[in-house]
Design a protein around this ligand. Structure first.
Ligand code: MG
Ligand code: MG
Length: 249
């Protein structure tokens, strides 16, 4: 069942989303060559707690940190640790917050100092595909219209969307129905209704779409070792189309 949220509930989701956005802004300030990924995680956790939120990923299915930090060929679910960032890497940071029983979820990919033209383009296309997906969000549209718009934008650039991982509904839980694949035919699946809240999150590989999971049982990596990017927004379906709840100010 896809939940329909009241205005009051969406206001509560918006509150969690605001903490997520500010945490991602903080990450932007921290990202630099030499910083340890666990230091970023500590700062994110401290910030979330200071705002009255709870880091939603910490302990989720046993995940050990507040932020997922995934570097270059790592797609998502990277575990922060003693690894230092290097100039030229791209880093995907995914953050979830629960506050007053409601969740927000967003991710951005950052560049560490100067990165190659190819990686910059990958990030731009991933962000553009998220925008194209969000443009489809309006009452009456079909769920797969989002998926199809994302896939079309990505494949136009000769990149691949990851198949094994999907976006999701969000609200009183971090992951709710429906699943939102980043590929598929248009005009299938449930119709979107005002009050639905969706976390839309293209994961885009420079090479093939195949991924593997590392021995830590969390970190998802591209099978061909080429880089991957990830952007995510929590989006509400409103009378006037999409409202991005995790929009940067
Ligand atoms: Mg996320
Ligand atoms: Mg998500």
């Amino acid at each position: 069942m896809i939940h329909i949220r009241s205005k009051r509930e969406i206001d509560l989701i918006r509150k969690s989303c605001k903490i997520v956005v500010e945490a991602l802004d903080l990450v932007e300030e921290l990202i630099a060559p030499g910083i340890e990924t666990q230091r970023i995680d500590e700062e994110v956790e401290r910030f979330i707690v200071s705002q009255g939120g709870r880091p939603a990923f910490k302990g989720y299915n046993g995940f050990p940190a507040s932020a997922c930090i995934s570097i270059d060929r790592e797609v998502v679910h990277g575990i922060p640790g003693t690894r230092h960032l290097n100039a030229g890497e791209i880093v995907s940071v995914d953050i979830g917050v629960e506050c007053d029983g409601f969740y927000g979820d967003s991710a951005r990919t950052y560049s560490v100092a100067d990165v190659s033209v190819e990686k910059t383009h990958l990030m731009e296309v991933t962000l553009a595909s998220l925008s194209k997906g969000i443009e489809q969000v309006r009452a009456g549209a079909r769920l797969s219209d989002i998926s199809h718009a994302i896939q079309t934008e990505v494949e136009r650039a000769n990149y691949s969307v990851v198949r094994d991982l999907v976006g999701h509904g969000i609200g009183r839980k971090l992951h709710e129905e429906p699943q939102i694949p980043n590929y598929g035919k248009p005009n299938t699946g449930p119709r979107l209704k005002q009050g639905m809240v969706l976390a839309i999150e293209p994961m885009v590989n420079m090479g093939g779409y195949q991924v593997d999971t590392e021995a830590d049982n969390w970190t998802v990596v591209t099978s061909d070792g080429l880089p991957s990017a990830h952007f995510e927004h929590t989006v509400a379906v409103t009378d006037n189309g999409p409202e991005i709840l995790t929009r940067e100010p």
